[in-house]
Each structure stands twice: as structure tokens, then as C-alpha cells.
Design a protein around this ligand. Structure first.
Ligand SMILES: *[C@@H]1O[C@H](CO)[C@@H](O)[C@H](O)[C@H]1NC(C)=O
Ligand SMILES: *[C@@H]1O[C@H](CO)[C@@H](O)[C@H](O)[C@H]1NC(C)=O
Length: 337
């Protein structure tokens, strides 16, 4: 058998197939303003069903629709029923993000089989854990991170955008890259990581991956990163004296796909409130457009990954380390002198 492993190689075929692993991040539903929008606005806090900053009834409906959308799209693959070993739901530590996650979970995971605990009015509801990272949360709430470097250079638009991307999306992109690689190695039993967050989180992620459409992020918009296998066919070249031939193994032969780093990655954007599982836009990361194999994706995001909180702090503190920033500061000082 050993000889098989010695001579195998992957044939990178076009990516079409079953979703094996899912990373999804969405924005919370429609919300009330932070405070009275303008002094003479007649609609004070009493008019907002859950108060300032909170979800509105429309927002709850949108979040429920997102849950139905996800159920239709992934019920037959990675989200068949709630299983805490395979599925994690995380929200930023803001009530509207946590509540949006609750609505999504309710629509996504009605109790199934033994999970059914009530035949009455709670027949289709079961408790689902929603975790948060507390505050601050550089992953799910990057817009709230204190980043002096970023603040000092706000005057320079180009630098601002660049710093913004590195400081705000890098930590998340790194964490996601790690989850994708783990999933591809079949070490982790997780099938789906679902994140409930904010427009700033999605904006940072889209810019960080180079796939933004430069538009505002609508309520309950959702980015889905899917890892596909199924078509990951491997060709082993078996060398036997006097007889050399190719054998094609399909992905059913799991023992041959242990080195399955070459999974395919597809990114979809749902930027409506539709429940139709096909109402999505496919987005292509520069350098990884068609047949984006995982190793190629990891390579194309290497530059934006921020590997630890210390690394993030370094980026945020290194205000005057860039020559271009220094030149800008010098010119600015000359101008005001
Ligand atoms: C909001 O305005 C109404 C009158 O329009 C008033 O009765 C109510 O006390 C106000 N509520 C708050 C929280 O200020
Ligand atoms: C949704 O995203 C697509 C692809 O980026 C874009 O063409 C479209 O204008 C977006 N629609 C909204 C409502 O943002």
C-alpha cells in the first residue's frame, strides 16, 4: 500500500460539488437609531418597540427570513439539524446581534426527532446557545477597536483605507483561514461557524478580501464562505515494475483523501432579504477567481492576516513607521509653519 502514497498526486479539477464546511457572517436586522435623530423628531424612544439601538419588528422579521434562507440553502449539507458538536453560533456582544442570532437559530433549527420537547405552541422552537467573545471583540466588532495608528492618519484617504483593512479585517481573516485549514484536514468535527455581527464587520471583511462592491451593507446581508469537496478527485500513479498505470480514486475513498488541503472555496453574498437560497452573488477573491483551491486562497490572503492580538497592537501603534506617513507629516508641518 505504501507505494500508492509515494506516487500519488492531485489532479486539480474544476470546483463543483457538495458543501463540506461553512463560514457565514451576517449583519443584524433593522434597528432603531442610537438616539433622537434630530431635536424636533416627534418619534422619541417610546415609539421604538425595544428602545434606542435595538431591533425593530421589521428587523426581527428580516432575521427570521435569513434563518429560513440558510435552512433552504444548507439543510441538505452542513445544517441538517442543530448539533452543538458540529455547529457554533457566535454573536458580537451587542443585544441586536445576539437577538438576530436567536431569530436565525429559531428559523434554522426547529427541533428534530428526539429534540422535540413540546407538542403545543412551542413545537417548532428549542433553545440554541449563542456565544459571544465579550468586549472588546476584535473579530466580530473590529470597528470598535482603539487603533491610534488608524486615527492619526485619517487625513490621508489612501493610507486610511489600507490601515483600516489591516487593522480591522486582518484578525478575522486570520481566524477564518485557520478554521478553513482545520476543516480541510478533517481534524475538527465542526461543519459550520455562524457569526452575527455588524455592517462594519462585513465591510472590513469584503475590503480585506478585495471583493467589496463599495455599497452599504443592507440589514441581514450575509457572506458565506463554502468549502467544497466531492469533486476532489485524486489520481494515483502506481509504479509497479513492467506495469505503470493511472487509477482514479473518487472522494468516497476517504483514506486516500487525507491530504485534502486542495478543497475548493466559494464565496457568496446575500445582500437582499430574500428567502430564496439562490438569491446570492458569487464573489471572486483577486488571484483566486475560478477554481479557488484552498491553498491558493490562503496564499492570496497572506498579506492581510493579523495573527495575534499582539500583532494587531503592533499595527495600531506603529504610527510613524511608514515612510509615506512621515513624508505626509513633514509636508503638513511645513504647510502650517
Ligand atoms: C415621548 O413623547 C410622548 C408624547 O409625544 C410622551 O408622552 C412620552 O413621555 C415621551 N417619552 C419619552 C421616553 O421621552
Ligand atoms: C448586491 O451585490 C451585488 C454584487 O456585488 C451588486 O451588484 C448589487 O448592486 C448589490 N445590491 C445591493 C442592494 O447592495
Amino acid at each position: 500500500m505504501k507505494i500508492l502514497y509515494l506516487f500519488h498526486c492531485y489532479l486539480l479539477l474544476p470546483c463543483v460539488a457538495e458543501v463540506e464546511f461553512l463560514l457565514a457572517v451576517w449583519r443584524h436586522g433593522d434597528r432603531a437609531p442610537e438616539s433622537l435623530p434630530y431635536p424636533s423628531d416627534p418619534y422619541n424612544e417610546t415609539y421604538w418597540p425595544r428602545g434606542w439601538n435595538q431591533l425593530t419588528n421589521v428587523g426581527i422579521d428580516q432575521a427570521t427570513k435569513l434563518g429560513k434562507f440558510l435552512r433552504r440553502r444548507y439543510q441538505s449539507s452542513v445544517l441538517p439539524a442543530f448539533d452543538r458538536k458540529k455547529i457554533t453560533i457566535r454573536a458580537s456582544d451587542a443585544d441586536r446581534a445576539i437577538e438576530t442570532a436567536q431569530c436565525v437559530a429559531t428559523a434554522l433549527f426547529p427541533p428534530d426527532g428526539l429534540q422535540v420537547w413540546n407538542e403545543g405552541k412551542y413545537r417548532f422552537w428549542q433553545p440554541i446557545p449563542i456565544r459571544t467573545n465579550g468586549k472588546p471583540d476584535p473579530m466580530l466588532r473590529p470597528s470598535k477597536i482603539q487603533c491610534p495608528h488608524y486615527q492619526r492618519i485619517v487625513a490621508d484617504e489612501r493610507l486610511k483605507i489600507e490601515a483600516d483593512i489591516n487593522a480591522k479585517a486582518g484578525y478575522m481573516i486570520n481566524s477564518w483561514s485557520e478554521s478553513l485549514v482545520l476543516a480541510s484536514q478533517h481534524i475538527n468535527p465542526k461543519k459550520a461557524l455562524l457569526y452575527s455581527s455588524h455592517d462594519g464587520t462585513l465591510t472590513a471583511l469584503l475590503y480585506g478580501l478585495g471583493i467589496s462592491n463599495h455599497q452599504l451593507i443592507p440589514y441581514t446581508a450575509c457572506i458565506m464562505i463554502e468549502l467544497h469537496t466531492g469533486n476532489n478527485v485524486k489520481v494515483s500513479f502506481i509504479s509497479i515494475p513492467y506495469l505503470s498505470y493511472f487509477i482514479t480514486h473518487s472522494s468516497q475513498s476517504r483514506k486516500y483523501t487525507h491530504k485534502s488541503y486542495e478543497l475548493c472555496l466559494q464565496i457568496y453574498f446575500r445582500n437582499t432579504t430574500s428567502e430564496n437560497p439562490d438569491d446570492v452573488h458569487e464573489l471572486f477573491v483577486p488571484g483566486c477567481s475560478t477554481d479557488c483551491h484552498l491553498s491558493k486562497f490562503i496564499k492570496s490572503v497572506t498579506g492581510v492576516r493579523v495573527k495575534s492580538l499582539e500583532h494587531l497592537e503592533d499595527i495600531c501603534q506603529s504610527a510613524f513607521s511608514r515612510p509615506s506617513t512621515l513624508i505626509f507629516v513633514i509636508i503638513f508641518m511645513l504647510l502650517i509653519l
